[in-house]
Design a protein. Structure first.
Length: 287
């Protein structure tokens, strides 16, 4: 990536200003790690959004379409109280599941200091966002309706698997298939969502589905999945999970540090574990 720092831009000025810029350069703050104006999304009338006036509040957002939004909301409340701040939750309601990073940016400008419920994917976010430490890790599950299956390895190699594509667990399955002889590879049907994989399983189009456990939990809780659906051991694959945390705008360094400390404290004193247990939620507290 080209150097977009203040000093880098000065190098493009006419030579007659070179000496002047060289004299001023030591006085300028280092900003190489901060996103520049043209590196962030554009939100309509974004210049009208200033910093919050009430420093006694913690405004946090959760996505109402996420299967774990209630757990995120509970954790947000606990974080606010741990920081001796008034919790101000905002539940984001969307009509589609398509992620629009500009919408997230605008939502954060308008409604929240921190947005909870994000999978902490390495290198998965742009520089204008910063991540908290994770507060739990949620696993990926292989599920089936076949009572004879105890593990993935019991599945006949000609029987199909449906899996939400693009996840670390999906890639692990793809790598495993590529490592075995062609005649021993399960047919794999990539799905656009966890819900589609579960629908394919319920409809008999696949024998096993690989899904994110919170989505499975939400479907079972709502009663929208077959009662006979159950988890199986992922062997010969290793268990897979992903950490979940929150995002902030990158200039919120002080708040991010405070949230990291609060997450660590709430993990150590059992508060987060208590929230997960109360909802019977399939996740583990991160150390």
């Amino acid at each position: 990536m080209a150097d977009r720092s203040t000093i880098g831009r000065r190098a493009l000025l006419p030579l007659m200003l070179a000496g002047f810029c060289a004299a001023l350069a030591p006085l300028q703050p280092l900003r190489a790690q901060e996103p520049e104006f043209f590196d962030v999304p554009y939100a309509k009338e974004q210049w009208n959004y200033g910093r919050r006036l009430d420093e006694s509040q913690l405004r946090f957002c959760v996505d109402g379409q996420d299967p774990d939004w209630e757990i995120s909301a509970e954790i947000g409340q606990a974080l606010a109280l741990a920081l001796l701040l008034e919790p101000v939750p905002h539940v984001v309601r969307r009509e589609t599941v398509i992620e629009d990073i500009t919408v997230i940016y605008e939502t954060m400008l308008q409604h929240c200091d921190v947005f909870l419920g994000f999978k902490l994917i390495p290198e998965g976010y742009q520089d204008w966002l910063t991540l908290t430490r994770p507060y739990y890790a949620a696993r990926y599950d292989f599920v089936t309706l076949d009572p004879a299956l105890g593990s993935l390895g019991d599945l006949a190699r000609d029987r199909p698997i449906g899996a939400k594509m693009g996840t670390m667990a999906f890639l692990s399955l793809v790598f495993y298939r590529s490592a075995v002889p062609a005649g021993e590879r399960w047919p794999l049907f990539p799905m656009g969502s966890n819900e589609q994989a579960l629908d394919a399983l319920a409809g008999g189009r696949v024998d096993v589905a690989l899904v994110w456990a919170p989505t499975l939990w939400a479907g079972q809780r709502a009663g929208s999945l077959p009662a006979t659906l159950r988890r199986i051991d992922p062997a010969p694959l290793a268990p897979a999970s992903i950490p979940v945390g929150a995002v902030l705008l990158s200039d919120e360094t002080f708040l991010r540090t405070a949230l990291d400390e609060a997450i660590a404290a709430l993990g150590a004193d059992g508060t987060i574990a208590g929230i997960l247990a109360r909802f019977d939620f399939p996740a583990e507290v991160m150390p």
